[in-house]
Design a protein. Structure first.
Length: 115
């Protein structure tokens, strides 16, 4: 499975961005997909995840602001980020759990939030 993330960029605080992650290869084996982020000097942390059935999970710090969605037919997961804060600035990584227990990572996409 290969994951291709896109959509990062520079946005002012309070603005919005949408990240996309397209899975290819043995994408039929994917169960949960999600987004993690890593800010400089900090550990990578879960932002949001969505299962094959559509169940979602969000980190407390993005609840009410971010929305994760999934186009199962196209094996694409989206992260709509509203009301961005400077503390949301990080490299965002797409992640996928294969049904066989294998975990996959995409390349990161940088989100920069100016205050």
């Amino acid at each position: 499975v290969q994951l291709q993330a896109s959509g990062g960029g520079l946005v002012q605080a309070g603005g919005s961005l949408t990240l996309s992650c397209a899975a290819s290869g043995s994408a039929f084996s994917i169960d949960t997909m999600g987004w993690y982020r890593q800010a400089p000097g900090k550990q990578r942390e879960l932002v949001a995840a969505i299962s094959r059935s559509g169940s979602t999970d969000y980190a407390d710090f993005v609840k009410g602001r971010f929305t994760i969605s999934r186009d199962k037919g196209k094996n694409i997961v989206y992260l709509l980020m509203n009301a961005l804060k400077p503390e949301d600035m990080a490299v965002y990584y797409c992640n996928a759990d294969g049904s066989s227990g294998v975990n996959y990572w995409g390349q990161g996409t940088l989100v920069t939030v100016s205050s």
